[in-house]
Design a binder for this molecule. Structure first.
Ligand code: ARG
Length: 467
């Protein structure tokens, strides 16, 4: 008979049993479920709701079940519906009637909320660590390339020369925001819902703080109806994860472009590329493509979760069971993507000569020619027009700006002088952009030094469990 079978006269239809069972996926929560139950049983004993002896018997039973599950010595059953009832049923099978006392002053509704929060807290810690690893890889590669000149783009058209170190450090900033979002979302996950019961708390004199403390929560929830129906923390996490995937995906897109024959700015390590079954010459950036592709499925889960929740009246509804597959898949996808990304990045080979060559063509120094004229006393708008005409002329002559003779420059404005050449070399263009936050090697070095401090504080924070 089902644990809830008392008011039923017929068995659940087999189809329904398969349909509503969640054990195939929520089995992932067994450790958290048992941890939560042990804390609950201990509290029941401490408060005298059950005897200390019964509490100890229950705790011992739960520990054995945990050990057996870890060792693969027990099977979970679909008939027992979900992880919570599976474990309770196993407990009763093993320790008899005492096991039936575990669910006193508790409901699966506050139990499942507890389990997913315990699970997510752990996973956010892991993901935060992976994110910091990736940031470290970015800083490492950026440091080697503080003065590696490359073209910067807008509209994927060459714009102004930058440094590869600066380009990479842009991603450091994105991931730092992601890190902060994770930390923030952790705060709202770190709330213990146990004691909210099915929806209306309990009549037993439980000690919610005791349970929360034992399970390492810094707060307890304030409203029982909210606590059993709240999945905001999962949505927030999926949103934070979506942005992580967005940033990974943008970098993937660049890596794919840079690794192409047309750009040839970088080469991926053989260990992080794959071949073609038909074209022998191919070396494909599959890892980057796959991460880019996986971003879509994480977004899908975010929208799925939001949609799942939006029409639900308070408090618990079975719809909420749908949160888990989405959450688990988001966690797994983000973890796998981050894990493979850092070593892929660390092992790229940078073709500095190609990058420099790329920075040279395409009139990337046109703004600097205009700036040059401004420093000679022209208004920027006039300078802009003159250089525009100069570019048009250079295109006709099939020359770069720095290849024009001084005579040619002077035809466009008398202010041009011999010093123009020094002023508009790509090296000078980059070096002079030493404004705070700019691409000049000096500015990038400063950014890297600041980033290292940020990384240290990130590491300290996750050592302190993100509190
Ligand atoms: N398996 C359920 C879930 O994941 C547990 C809570 C079930 N509660 C209930 N009243 N049916 O949401």
């Amino acid at each position: 008979m089902k644990l809830w079978g008392g008011r039923f006269t017929k068995n659940t239809d087999k189809l329904v049993e398969d349909f509503h069972s969640s054990i195939s996926f929520d089995c992932k929560l067994y450790r958290h479920d048992i941890r939560g139950s042990i804390a609950h049983a201990r509290m029941l004993g401490e408060t005298g709701i059950i005897s200390q002896e019964d509490a100890q018997t229950i705790i011992r039973g739960l520990r054995e079940i945990l050990a057996d599950l870890e060792a693969g010595r027990v099977e979970l059953s679909t008939e027992a519906e979900d992880i919570h009832m599976n474990i309770e049923q196993l407990l009763i099978e093993r320790i008899g009637d005492v096991g039936k006392k575990l669910h006193t002053a508790r409901s699966r509704n506050d139990q499942v909320a507890l389990d997913t929060r315990l699970y997510l807290k752990e996973e956010i810690e892991t993901i935060a660590r992976l994110l910091v690893d990736l940031q470290e890889a970015i800083v490492e590669v950026a440091e080697v390339h503080v003065d590696t000149i490359m073209p910067g783009y807008t509209h994927l058209q060459k714009a102004q020369p930058v440094t590869f170190g600066h380009h990479l450090m842009a991603y450091f900033e994105m991931f730092q925001r992601d890190w902060e979002r994770l930390k923030d979302c952790y705060k709202r996950t770190d709330v213990c819902p146990l004691g909210s019961g099915a929806l209306a708390g309990t009549t037993f004199p439980i000690d919610r703080h005791l349970v929360a403390r034992e399970l390492g929560f810094s707060k307890i929830s304030r409203n029982s109806l909210d606590a059993v129906s709240d999945r905001d923390y999962i949505v927030e996490f999926a949103a934070a994860a979506s942005l992580i995937m967005t940033h990974l995906s943008r970098l993937c897109e660049e890596i794919i472009l840079w690794a192409s024959h047309e750009f040839a700015f970088i080469e991926l390590d053989d260990g992080y590329s794959t071949g073609s079954s038909i074209m022998p010459q191919k070396k494909n950036p599959d890892v980057a493509e796959l991460v880019r592709g996986k971003a879509g499925r994480v977004y899908g889960h975010l929208v799925g979760l939001l949609t799942m929740i939006k029409g639900l009246p308070l408090a618990y509804n079975k719809d909420l069971q749908e949160d888990k597959e989405a959450l688990f898949d988001v966690v797994d996808t983000v973890k796998k993507s981050l894990l493979v990304f850092a070593p892929m990045l660390r092992t790229i080979t940078v073709n500095k000569a190609r990058m420099l060559q790329g920075a040279r063509g395409g009139f990337t120094n046109a703004t600097d020619v205009a700036d040059y004229l401004v420093k000679k006393g022209l208004g920027f708008r006039d300078a802009h027009r003159i250089v525009g005409e100069l570019v048009l002329y250079a295109i006709e002559k099939e020359k770069n700006l720095e290849e024009l003779t001084l005579e040619e420059f002077k035809q466009f404005d008398r202010a041009f002088d011999e010093d123009v050449y020094e002023a508009i070399s790509v090296e000078a263009c980059v070096k002079r952009r030493d404004v705070y936050g700019g691409p000049a090697p000096q500015a990038v070095l400063q950014a890297i030094n600041e980033a290292k401090k940020v990384l240290k504080s990130n590491r300290d924070a996750y050592n302190e469990k993100l509190r």
